[in-house]
Design a protein around this ligand. Structure first.
Ligand SMILES: Cc1cc2nc3c(=O)[nH]c(=O)nc-3n(C[C@H](O)[C@H](O)[C@H](O)COP(=O)(O)O)c2cc1C
Length: 191
């Protein structure tokens, strides 16, 4: 069983992130080998990174960090659902990432971005070097949703189309592949 954590990155009032995440979560139900947990950063509610030591040391002093560490350590793979804010990724996502170090390592991540004409692709490109610093593997097949509000109906539900569904399945297939390779690395004594 693959333990997959889907992280909803946006936290602002009136955000659309959970609407997009709900679509991905629904789609993930088709995968019997994947156990999914939704981590909504608004609910997790981490303060700005306030640990005195480098996360590499794992010497966490705050209960919120220890809890976040346990949650992320238990994951085999991730999906980040993120908007593009000013051509970048939201500070809430960077903050949640920066709290930890080893917990992220050698784990694959699928990126779902949404925005206007650029579909959040600029934010994804900026996110990749951050993820590589943590030895995460961002799978090539990302899901980038342009003019995403057109997929949200009057009931605030995200109604995808065939090409978005196909992109999401392709991303999940890659996550499964990389999980196989990276869990071997994690099982060895390399880190
Ligand atoms: C601070 C801020 C910056 C934004 N910058 C961009 C941007 O660079 N590119 C883009 O496509 N949309 C941008 N938008 C529009 C967002 O795509 C849209 O507001 C979306 O709903 C944000 O996701 P959220 O609702 O989950 O917060 C921005 C929105 C906010 C609030």
């Amino acid at each position: 069983m693959i333990q997959l954590k889907l992280i909803t990155a946006s936290t602002r009032e009136g955000r659309k992130g959970p609407t997009v995440s709900a679509w991905v979560l629904e789609l993930l139900k088709q995968y019997q080998d994947i156990e999914v947990e939704h981590l909504d950063l608004k609910v997790i509610n981490l303060p700005f990174m306030d640990e005195p030591h480098h996360p590499r040391l794992g010497k966490y002093t705050h209960e919120h960090t220890k809890r976040w560490s346990r949650t992320i350590a238990a994951a085999d793979a991730f999906i980040f659902v993120t908007p593009e804010y000013n051509y970048g990724f939201p500070a809430t996502l960077k903050n949640a990432i920066d709290y930890l170090f080893q917990e992220w390592q050698y784990k694959p991540v699928g990126l779902v971005s949404y925005g206007g004409i650029a579909a959040g692709t600029r934010c994804i490109q900026l996110l990749k070097p951050v993820l590589s610093a943590l030895k995460m593997v961002a799978v090539t097949e990302s899901v980038n949703i342009p003019f995403f509000t057109k997929y949200i109906n009057e009931d605030e539900r995200f109604v995808s189309d065939e090409s978005l569904d196909r992109a999401a399945h392709a991303m999940i297939a890659e996550l499964i592949k990389w999980h196989g390779a990276l869990s071997t690395i994690r099982a060895s004594s390399m880190h």
